[in-house]
Write a protein that binds this ligand. Structure first.
Ligand code: URA
Ligand code: CA
Length: 434
């Protein structure tokens, strides 16, 4: 087999065979196929697309390019959730205990990552003593005992995707639906998921800016899942403004605790109930979404979800007292209000710019080496559609330094007011099951 023939075949719009896709992925992972040929094929895929069969083959070839986590020692259907990434997205912290309380095992591998705030692990580490260094046995045991554990990334998962994603980044081939869909799905499958729930974000603050593109990506991933034997569902959710109120590590931890108590922001609560219901159905603990939702509402109301959260924190070395007393979380030295300069209705909260404002305070990492400050961040006092009077606070800045002029300016530039009433945006755009 020759790589050049594979490139020409795709360039001319033909379907590649399973063997051809494997030849490419295996050869590229080993370094036998050079970057210039791989980038040429990626560009041909960008223009010619891939069939459902090719997409499934590409996903599984990438899964098999490295280690795969074996979660067969855990009872039940392991359902994983993936979000395409938003600002202030606290869902994982809520969903874990929430669905675990209904009996769905959550064996989560998580990362730190770059961005506006830390990753799930950073947020969890805002709890004193909490750690993610569990042995495989401890990890499995904890999931079997209390249905929830989080472990740091280990092993060499999907090296083909790492290499190909980096190459796509510099060759103009990131925005290709088959390449994005196989990239995301391969990582979830390699991490051991039996079933997958996807939160595809749409809007200014999201990877996919339009609802139409987000739907295409969601359908593509659901199809791949079905074709490789992993039941998959997706929702399309709004990311034109940050999710919930808090953006920052300890601040989001507190927001997650509030939500598990039934006192969280409306949008975060609704998103968690929607995603959670899908997880419960895929996990085989309910027949219908409605039935699943009732179960989730019940474990919030009766405290069972919060109880799982406490056991989970204790199981991983943290102090569970933070759940009843969030003031035990890292606290910022200064709280600075950002008052509205005029009266009106909030029309835009530009999500990624507000995220960047939180990063400027130290809530997120600009580079892999940056240290993050778990205490700092922003809490929105208003969301899109809310009425605001001049002088009322738009945002509270939680900082560990007094001079936050640059952050304030960024907030003023990215929270826009209108003199006319604005309707709040729809949170869930669509639910995709096939
Ligand atoms: N996220 C991924 O993991 N892969 C892509 O290709 C795009 C976004
Ligand atoms: Ca939030």
């Amino acid at each position: 087999m020759r790589m050049v023939d594979i490139i020409e075949k795709k360039r001319d719009g033909f379907e590649l065979t399973t063997e051809e896709i494997r030849f490419f992925i295996e050869g590229y992972t080993k370094g036998e196929i050079p970057d210039y040929q791989a980038s040429s094929l990626a560009m041909a895929i960008y223009f010619q697309d891939m069939t459902d069969k090719e997409r499934a083959d590409l996903t599984m070839a990438m899964v098999e390019s490295g280690d795969q986590i074996d979660l067969s020692g855990i009872d039940g259907i392991k359902v994983d959730k993936h979000s395409t990434g938003g600002v202030g997205d606290t869902t994982t912290l809520v969903l874990g205990p929430l669905v675990a309380a209904v009996g769905v095992p959550v064996a989560k591998m998580s990362g730190r990552g770059l961005g506006h705030t830390g990753g799930t692990i950073d947020k969890l580490e805002s709890i004193e003593g909490f750690h993610v260094e569990l042995t495989t046995e401890q990890f499995m045991q904890q999931v079997n005992d209390i249905k929830l554990a989080v472990i740091g990334q280990s092993g060499n998962l999907t090296p083909a995707d790492k290499k190909l994603y980096a190459l796509r980044d510099v060759t103009g081939t990131v925005p290709s639906i088959p390449l994005i869909a196989s990239s995301i799905m391969s990582k979830k499958i390699a991490a051991g998921a039996d079933a997958i729930v996807l939160d595809v974000k749409t809007g200014d603050g999201a990877f996919m800016k339009t609802v139409e593109d987000s739907k295409k990506l969601a359908h593509a991933m659901v199809q791949i899942g079905k074709n490789v034997g992993r039941n998959t569902m997706a929702i399309i959710s709004d990311m034109n403004q940050p999710l919930g109120y808090a953006i920052g590590n300890a601040l989001e931890m507190k927001e997650a605790i509030d939500t598990l108590c039934g006192k969280g922001p409306e949008d975060l609560t609704e998103l968690c109930l929607t995603l959670g219901s899908q997880m419960v159905v895929l996990g085989g603990h309910a027949q219908t979404i409605e039935e699943a939702r009732k179960q989730l509402e019940e474990v919030i109301a009766n405290g069972a979800a919060l109880d799982v959260f406490k056991k989970f924190i204790k199981g991983q070395g943290g102090n569970p007292a933070v759940v009843d007393d969030p003031s035990l979380l890292p606290q910022a030295q200064y709280m600075i209000e950002v008052p509205a300069k005029e009266s009106g209705f909030v029309s835009h909260i530009v999500a990624d710019e507000i995220g960047t404002a939180a990063m400027l305070l130290g809530a997120g990492r600009a580079t892999k080496e940056s240290e993050i400050d778990l205490a700092v961040g922003l809490v929105l006092r208003k969301k899109v559609g809310d009425q605001v009077k001049a002088g009322e606070s738009l945002v509270t800045i939680y900082a560990n330094r007094e001079d936050v002029e640059e952050v304030k300016e960024k907030i003023y530039a990215n929270i826009k007011l209108s003199s006319e009433a604005i309707t709040a945006p729809k949170l869930i755009e669509d639910i995709i099951t096939e």
